[in-house]
Design a protein around this ligand. Structure first.
Ligand SMILES: [Zn+2]
Length: 286
């Protein structure tokens, strides 16, 4: 056996010690931002989700979020946690909070009665939390930002944020809304695990964003899709964020309909050529 020079051995020992130290640091950093018992869960789309869709339309990009993610169907018992976030830019007075809460509660009532019109059971409960963080909101880093908010409230983060709220409130689904009190473009993050909406206080489109959480897509871009939606899904809340209503296709996506109507099928037929890349591109520029 070749003898390794002593100098090299010391080098190897130092390198091994460094690797152990770095690994320990990473695991401490992860644990300190969330609940140690969080679960890594993925929610892929089950094949049965699209059983009502004719085979030739199954690959349509507008179907890809049906029943996917931490919030899958807007049915049965759904809990919504609203978090008022303060930072260097966002401050919430008690009256601002009360006004926002009022918009949320009246929206939840509207959503419940709309579900009822589709003969579906839906009971929305809610809770409101407040926090202050030092991390400013940056769109490109919204996931880290969300984790900072969860950590500031001792809430579970990573893939467990929604699930732990479901367990806490004993509901089928748990939705999370972050509220920032300045102007900005509200959006919903659909991922395979944690899902949440970030709403800015300029005319919050709460109903529209909740539809996103449960898989619905925007129809106001690209322009061509808006025209197709206007033709087949007239008055949809997914292009008319304030005055619109849940259309036949969106109702299918969020679980209020089990079958596709003729209109919904026409929308699928006319949007078969739209790709995910196209949508991401249009999202950034619209
Ligand atoms: Zn939208």
């Amino acid at each position: 056996m070749r003898k390794i020079p002593k100098k090299n051995l010391i080098g190897i020992a130092v390198a091994v010690a460094l690797i152990i130290l770095i690994a320990a640091f990473i695991s401490v950093a992860r644990d300190s931002t969330g609940d140690e018992s969080y679960e890594e869960v993925n929610f892929p789309q089950k094949e049965t989700e699209l059983s009502a869709v004719p085979d030739e339309y199954k690959n349509n990009v507008y179907l890809s979020f049906r029943g996917v993610g931490a919030c899958d169907k807007l049915l049965n018992k759904v809990h919504v946690t609203v978090i008022f976030v303060e930072d260097s830019k966002s401050t919430w007075s008690e009256s601002d909070k009360a006004e926002f809460k009022e918009s949320c509660e009246s929206t939840f009532l509207r959503i419940q009665s709309d579900a009822k019109a589709y003969n579906k059971d839906l009971k929305i409960t809610s809770d409101y939390r407040s926090t202050k963080i030092n991390v400013p909101f940056i769109y490109a880093e919204h996931e880290n930002w969300a984790d900072s908010v969860f950590a500031s409230l001792d809430m579970s983060a990573y893939a467990d944020a929604n699930l732990s709220l479901e367990r806490e409130y004993g509901t089928n689904e748990a939705a999370i809304i972050f509220a920032l009190n300045y102007e900005g473009r509200s959006f919903t993050a659909n991922s395979e695990n944690t899902e949440y909406t970030i709403i800015f206080d300029d005319a919050p489109a709460i109903y529209h964003e909740i539809c996103h959480l449960f898989g619905a897509s925007d129809f106001y871009f690209p322009k061509e899709v808006e025209e197709i939606a206007e033709e087949h899904l007239n008055g949809s809340i997914m292009y008319d964020c304030y005055g619109g209503k849940v259309d036949d296709f969106t109702a299918y996506i969020i679980g209020w309909k089990d079958e596709l109507t003729e209109n919904a099928e026409s929308f699928l037929k006319d949007t078969m050529h739209v790709t995910e890349e196209q949508l991401n591109e249009a999202k950034v520029t619209s």
